[in-house]
Design a binder for this molecule. Structure first.
Ligand code: 8OZ
Length: 359
């Protein structure tokens, strides 16, 4: 093991969580829960158990309501059956010595009428369709045109977050992460490409961050802030997202989340190859909690980011799909299994729980 990688295997305290290493399993949508209840099952518990040597596991994005679902067979955290299913997962990870946070998700406009209650249109801050596709029973298809939320509905969704967060606690999670990234509902409110509202939820930076902060305070009704994280993707164009001036928007949000004493800010650092460079260090400097970096890291670049004080820990996605024992492989310099992209979304054990660990 080369010296400069050793920081990856050093412990770190993030809020109330003691991580034995700085290698986090990123949230990964896998579309393999029980199809009728959308509850995790033994198969999913086994998948997470295999990866329990991560410093922290963040679960796949988990919808807070039926309305919050946008893809086939993603898990929920709004029914008792789903809470029971997640208990299988948290117990398996804890028995294997790991720590696990649930990621709370509402997709907003990234959905399809076939998944919505009563076949209704998906909801969004504004009635602007995203030019993107989702994964459904019949395969990939265009997302459906959304309708704009009424203010009373926004308040009701905040309550759905509060209930889902309390459910996550009942299910035995160590922490929760609020999914404010990647063009889903919270991000749709944040960025002005998708938010054209003229009420208190649109326009100014203060107004566009209002929903994110209301959701955060709702989660803090049942969770200590030292066990809550927030994920953003300030410069990522995925899911048809854009903002006219992202730096002050995300600076303000990071400052407000810092004032609420959140444990970590998880940043998907993806950005268009040809666009302006986003100042991620500027975000880190205004957030007092831990900075979790993500997107395209490997062991050496992750260790460098931590050694350079640009991050406290790094989340790995695809590498954790194909390497359940990623921590041991980084530590020993063992070869890495390659991932099979055709098996990312949906299916069975194949490409899910059958990647081998070291002998
Ligand atoms: C890939 C496929 C479906 C959903 C995200 C939850 O991007 C996702 C997601 C990723 O955050």
């Amino acid at each position: 093991m080369s010296d400069d990688l050793s920081v990856l295997f050093s412990s770190v305290r993030i809020g109330s969580l003691d991580l034995p290493n700085r290698i986090v399993m990123a949230p990964l949508t896998r579309n393999r829960v029980e199809p009728t209840t959308l509850a995790p099952r033994a198969l999913n518990a086994e998948y997470y158990r295999q990866r329990a040597s991560a410093g922290l596991i963040i679960t796949e994005a988990t919808q807070i309501s039926q309305q919050g679902q946008g893809y086939l067979n993603t898990p929920g955290i709004y029914s008792d059956a789903q809470v029971e299913g997640w208990k299988l997962v948290t117990q398996a990870v804890h028995q294997a010595g790991g720590r696990i946070a649930l990621q709370l998700w509402h997709v907003g406009r990234i959905s399809h009428v076939s998944l919505q209650p009563n076949g209704d249109a998906p909801v969004a801050p504004s009635a602007i369709a995203a030019k993107t596709k989702t994964y459904l029973a019949h395969g990939f298809d265009d997302v459906s045109a959304p309708r704009a939320l009424e203010q009373a509905e926004i308040k009701a969704i905040v309550r759905d977050y509060a209930k889902a967060a309390a459910n996550a606690k009942r299910a035995g999670f160590d922490a929760v992460e609020i999914h404010g990234a990647n063009g889903y509902l919270i991000d749709q409110f944040l960025r002005d490409g998708s938010n054209h509202r003229t009420d208190e939820y649109g326009g100014s930076i203060e107004n566009r961050t209002r929903f994110a902060l209301e959701v955060t305070r709702a989660v803090l009704e049942s969770w200590e802030p030292s066990r809550v994280g927030f994920r953003i993707s300030p410069a990522a164009p995925a899911n048809d997202m854009s903002d006219s001036n992202p730096a002050p928007l995300f600076q303000y949000l990071a400052q407000e989340l810092s004032a609420l004493k959140l444990a970590f800010l998880h940043v998907n650092e993806s950005q268009a190859a040809d666009g302006p460079r986003f100042d991620f260090v500027g975000l880190r400097n205004v957030f007092a909690g831990a900075y979790m970096a993500n997107a395209g890291y490997e062991a050496s670049s992750a260790a460098k980011a931590i050694n350079d004080k640009r991050a406290d820990c790094v989340a790995f996605g695809k590498l954790f799909i194909s390497n359940p024992d990623l921590v041991a492989r980084f530590q020993t310099g063992a070869a890495l299994n390659e991932w099979d992209q055709a098996k990312f979304y949906g299916g069975d054990v194949s490409g899910y729980t059958d990647y081998p660990a070291l002998g």
